[in-house]
Design a protein around this ligand. Structure first.
Ligand SMILES: *[C@@H]1O[C@H](CO)[C@@H](O)[C@H](O)[C@H]1NC(C)=O
Ligand SMILES: *[C@@H]1O[C@H](CO)[C@@H](O)[C@H](O)[C@H]1NC(C)=O
Ligand SMILES: *[C@@H]1O[C@H](CO)[C@@H](O)[C@H](O)[C@H]1NC(C)=O
Ligand SMILES: *[C@@H]1O[C@H](CO)[C@@H](O)[C@H](O)[C@H]1NC(C)=O
Ligand SMILES: *[C@@H]1O[C@H](CO)[C@@H](O)[C@H](O)[C@H]1NC(C)=O
Ligand SMILES: *[C@@H]1O[C@H](CO)[C@@H](O)[C@H](O)[C@H]1NC(C)=O
Length: 683
């Protein structure tokens, strides 16, 4: 009888045990303390690793890397169904971290560590550098991210409204922080704030506490062994109920950029029920020894060593000083915010093997371009060296160049960053393996491009121009569209390069005399007259480029018969004579789509109309190329616009306004061409 009672109660007992187990498990999942990470089960991603002594190393000093480490089980945050423990969003965590910059970049490094609550442990497509491995340019700011983070960011990013140096920020779905502050802590004993430097390499502790009831988030920073300060660094009201999903992962995301440091977590405590337990500092793993903190027990070795080192240093010392000089750069206060986009001259010097002739890709009006391989990442780049002595306008120019580094379009050559030296500016771009388009068009030693390739390049570059003119946050006037500024990537996509560069000469010039920047043969008449570059003057230059591509010749060829010298006028005359296809590049040997060729030639003529108002807009131009507007039916009469009265333009009007430094064409040719193109053809 008794036995059956016991037997009957077994299922009940088992049920009870299962419930108990669930509660215990939930508790384990809701609260954990890691005094070092030896043997712990963390989900590691990117270059993160746990070192033999239990140190969690999120990143080393390799550039542009991501390291992430997450508690491997999801935690219940916003459970809508009933649950045993708590369905509040409150949590409390504290951890000890260290950011140790590489010695040569001392004292600066980057990029940062973020404590993260995220729906997933991995984020494919997340970017390093300023994105901290959390987002990328297209996902940053989306409310669908459901990501909460507290960033310890060593490098300010102007894009996210960060202006001063390192900072601690509260991020909700967006790296533009809800609130941020320079790293500091309230020293209770002294009753005042003390600022901290994230990049000393010394361990520091961060506490993050969120109270769901009054929706207050506190973030508190302090050096490792201090008690938790009584006043938080940041205390802000934020409602996380729209951010945190039912099931979330907690952990760390970290990145390096151009500036790097080894980034570590020494210990971590987390709790969803009440305050997180304190860490036991005595159990935390130690950081790898930094050379500056040599222990004194080695003194008897060190003294003779010093003597030897002294001898060694004094002999090659001269060489060392010379080397320092060789790599000398200019860096001013205002450039601090451009940290991530700034390359060191030493790296560029090494990348280009000391700017060897052999690495020279080309040279033009704006300077010499070298091929290089960045030592840190093995990335191939093109480095443009521009001599530039004017200090005036440098700040505006560099600011603009850096902001243009944010332009993203598949038909633009990506600008990666810059470096400055005395009298010199260096710009670093993506390397384009097939070089510039003009070589393919005008040199018989290069393979001929088929019409299909040419038309593809044309459409691509036109879409890049539309992006610059209409689709980015600011209107960017290129000012130097021409075949030699169109580069070809590995797949023969056309990429527009050197955007914004023309402005360098604008900024550098004396403001009282407006210089015309651009290249002879591509300069719209009103640009030469007024010096004012507009989207329409870019369309003019693009029109010239279209004709170059279709006809396979330069815009000006003085050795030809007089009616053929100016390409645009010649094509216009052929159109009038009903023989526009006669302008097609003879190297194509008739292998082209007639409709496309005719359209490109006619569009080229329309875009080079001497009167700006009669040119198509950039968007119309793209619509023509995409076949959305049919141009073939346009009667010639509507193209011919009478210019009444023609402004009396004489060659002297241009003389002073053309930069004499251009190598491509002479001044006399230009003034001659502009005059003719306005007076002839009657477009
Ligand atoms: C880490 O754990 C392993 C076994 O899991 C042990 O052999 C080793 O001594 C531990 N290291 C430290 C520094 O505690
Ligand atoms: C950083 O870690 C990665 C992967 O573990 C490794 O390939 C690289 O060499 C390391 N870099 C440095 C500077 O130690
Ligand atoms: C950005 O990240 C998302 C998902 O995280 C990914 O799908 C997308 O391809 C990434 N975009 C870029 C430009 O890398
Ligand atoms: C200390 O810093 C906090 C946060 O930045 C600020 O609100 C507070 O006024 C400062 N206190 C003192 C005494 O400077
Ligand atoms: C946050 O800080 C404020 C101000 O010091 C304090 O009153 C509050 O109790 C703190 N809340 C939490 C959750 O730590
Ligand atoms: C969190 O839970 C609340 C209450 O159940 C709900 O209104 C809210 O939509 C949830 N938030 C998310 C992001 O799921």
């Amino acid at each position: 009888m008794a036995a059956t009672a016991v037997l009957r109660s077994i299922p009940v007992l088992m049920l009870f045990l299962m419930c108990l187990e669930q509660i215990v498990l939930s508790q384990v999942e809701n609260q954990f303390v890691f005094n070092g990470f030896n043997g712990t089960n963390l989900h590691l991603d990117g270059i993160a690793e746990i070192q033999p002594n239990g140190l969690l190393k999120l990143t080393n000093t390799t550039k542009r890397q991501i390291g992430r480490a997450f508690f491997p089980f999801p935690l219940k945050f916003n459970r809508s169904s009933t649950n045993y423990i708590s369905d509040s969003l409150s949590f409390s965590t504290n951890f000890v971290f260290a950011m140790v910059p590489a010695e040569e970049t001392n004292p600066r490094g980057g990029h940062g560590i973020a404590f993260t609550i995220s729906p997933t442990m991995e984020v494919p497509g997340a970017a390093p550098t300023q994105y901290l491995g959390l987002f990328n340019a297209s996902t940053n700011g989306l409310s669908s991210n459901h990501v909460f983070a507290v960033e310890l960011d060593a490098v300010p990013t102007a894009e996210f409204g960060e202006i001063s140096g390192g900072h601690v920020g509260i991020d909700v779905n967006n790296l533009r922080s809800l609130e941020s502050a320079p790293p500091a802590y309230f020293a209770d004993d002294e009753g005042g704030n003390k600022s901290l430097d994230l990049l000393t390499g010394n361990p520091m502790q961060l506490w993050i506490d969120y109270e769901d009831d009054n929706k207050v988030l506190n973030v508190t920073l302090a050096p490792m062994r201090s008690n938790k300060p009584s006043r938080p660094l940041l205390s802000t009201s934020v409602d996380l109920s729209t951010v945190l999903l039912d099931s979330m992962y907690v952990g760390f995301s970290s990145s390096t950029g151009e500036l790097t440091s080894s980034q570590y977590i020494l210990g971590w405590s987390f709790s969803k029920i009440g305050k997180a337990e304190s860490l036991d500092y005595t159990k935390l793993p130690s950081l790898p020894h930094q050379s500056k903190s040599k222990s004194s027990s080695n003194l008897q070795i060190i003294i003779p060593l010093i003597a030897v080192v002294f001898l060694l240093v004094t002999i090659p010392g001269g060489a060392y000083v010379i080397r320092m000089k060789k790599y000398e750069e200019i860096q001013e206060e205002w450039e601090k915010e451009f940290g991530p986009q700034r390359f060191s001259f030493k790296d560029l010097y090494k990348a280009t093997k000391g700017f060897k002739e052999k690495e020279l890709l080309g040279s033009g009006g704006f300077g010499r371009v070298y091929r290089g391989v960045l030592p840190s990442s093995n990335e191939q780049v093109a480095v443009k060296r521009i001599s530039h002595d004017s200090r005036q306008g440098m700040k505006e120019f560099v600011t603009e160049i850096v902001s243009m580094g944010r332009l993203r379009h598949r038909n633009l050559v990506q600008l990666l960053g810059y470096c400055r030296r005395k009298g010199e500016l260096l710009l670093v771009y993506d390397y384009m393996p097939n070089g510039s388009l003009d070589k393919f068009l005008f040199s018989n030693s290069m393979p001929n491009l088929s019409w299909g390739q040419r038309f593809w390049i044309l459409k691509g570059v036109a879409s890049a121009l539309l992006y610059l003119h209409e689709e980015w946050e600011q209107v960017v006037i290129h000012r130097d569209v021409k075949a030699s500024n169109i580069l070809l990537d590995a797949n023969f996509n056309g990429r527009l390069g050197d955007f914004g560069l023309a402005k360098l000469y604008d900024h550098g010039s004396n403001p009282s005399t407006t210089r015309v920047v651009g290249t002879v043969g591509y300069i719209a008449p009103e640009l030469a007259r007024t010096g004012k570059a507009t989207t329409s003057t870019d369309v003019f230059a693009f029109g010239i480029f279209m004709l170059e591509l279709a006809c396979g010749r330069n815009p000006l060829e003085p050795q030809l018969e007089s009616e053929e010298i100016i390409l645009a006028d010649w094509v216009c005359e052929l159109w009038k004579a009903g023989a526009i296809l006669g302008a097609a590049d003879p190297r194509l040997e008739g292998n082209y789509v007639t409709d496309e060729m005719e359209m490109v030639l006619k569009l080229g003529v329309l875009c080079t109309n001497p009167i700006a108002a009669n040119r198509p807009s950039t968007r119309q131009m793209v619509q023509h190329l995409d076949g959305n507007i049919n141009l073939l039916d346009i009667p010639l009469d509507s193209v011919r616009i009478d210019i009444t009265p023609v402004e009396n333009v004489t060659s002297t009007d241009f003389a002073g306004s053309i930069p004499t430094s251009y190598e491509e064409n002479s001044i006399s040719l230009h003034s001659f061409s502009s005059t003719i193109s306005i007076l002839s053809c009657g477009r």
